[in-house]
Design a protein around this ligand. Structure first.
Ligand code: ADP
Length: 177
C-alpha cells in the first residue's frame, strides 16, 4: 500500500469519542470493566445502563487485553473495552502492554467485521502514560494492521483537546508517509 493510501486510512480528529459515527469505539476501561471516570464514564453515560449490565457478565479483563460488547444507545454498534497499563516509570512493561491494547482491540474488530473504528488515547488520562510516547505506540500498531490484508478500512484517533490533537497529528505525520 502506498503511503498516501495508508495516510487516508488513519484519521486524527479532535472531539468526543461517544459522538463518532463508526462501527466500533474503543473504551479505555479498567480491569473490572465496571465503569470509571474519563472516557469510560462518558461511554457508559452515553450508552446507557444496558452496557454496564453486559460488562458485568464479562467478569473483567486483564491489562493489555480487550473485550467486545454492543453499543446500545451509542451511534456505534459495538464497544471494544481495553485495559491500558498504569504508567509507573516506563520499565514495567508499559509500552508492550499498551501495544497489546491496540493489537487485541484491532484483532477483535477484525473478528467482528468492523470496518471503521475509533480509539481514544488509551492510558494517557488518569493512568498517566506520556502522550507522545503513547501516540507513537498507537500509530505503530495501527499501521501494522492496515499494512496487512484487513477488514478495517479506517481508524480514527479521537483526541480530547487541542494538545492531544496536535500530538497525535504529529505522530501520524512522522510515522506514515
Ligand atoms: P486512562 O485511565 O486509560 O488514562 P482516561 O479516560 O483517564 O483513561 O483518559 C484517556 C484519554 O481519553 C485521555 O487522553 C483523555 O483526555 C481522553 N478522553 C476523556 N474523555 C474523552 C472523550 N469523551 N472522548 C475522547 N477522549 C476522551
Amino acid at each position: 500500500m502506498s503511503p498516501e493510501q495508508l495516510e487516508n486510512r488513519i484519521g486524527v480528529v479532535e472531539g468526543d469519542i461517544t459522538k463518532q459515527q463508526v462501527d466500533a469505539i474503543v473504551n479505555a476501561a479498567n480491569t473490572t470493566l465496571l465503569g470509571g471516570g474519563g472516557v469510560d464514564g462518558a461511554i457508559h453515560r452515553a450508552a446507557g445502563p444496558e452496557l454496564l449490565e453486559e460488562c458485568r457478565r464479562l467478569g473483567g479483563c486483564p491489562t493489555g487485553q480487550a473485550r467486545i460488547t454492543k453499543g446500545y444507545r451509542l451511534p456505534s454498534k459495538r464497544v471494544i473495552h481495553t485495559v491500558g497499563p498504569v504508567w509507573r516509570d516506563g520499565h514495567r512493561g508499559e509500552d508492550e502492554l499498551l501495544a497489546g491494547c491496540y493489537r487485541s482491540s484491532l484483532a477483535l474488530a477484525e473478528q467482528h467485521g468492523v470496518k471503521t473504528i475509533a480509539f481514544p488515547s488509551i492510558s494517557t488520562g488518569a493512568y498517566g502514560f506520556p502522550m507522545e510516547r503513547a501516540a507513537k505506540i498507537a500509530v505503530t500498531e495501527i499501521k501494522k494492521i492496515l499494512e496487512r490484508k484487513s477488514s478495517i478500512e479506517k481508524v480514527l484517533l479521537v483526541c480530547f483537546g487541542r494538545n492531544a490533537f496536535e500530538v497525535h497529528q504529529k505522530a501520524v505525520r512522522e510515522m506514515v508517509g
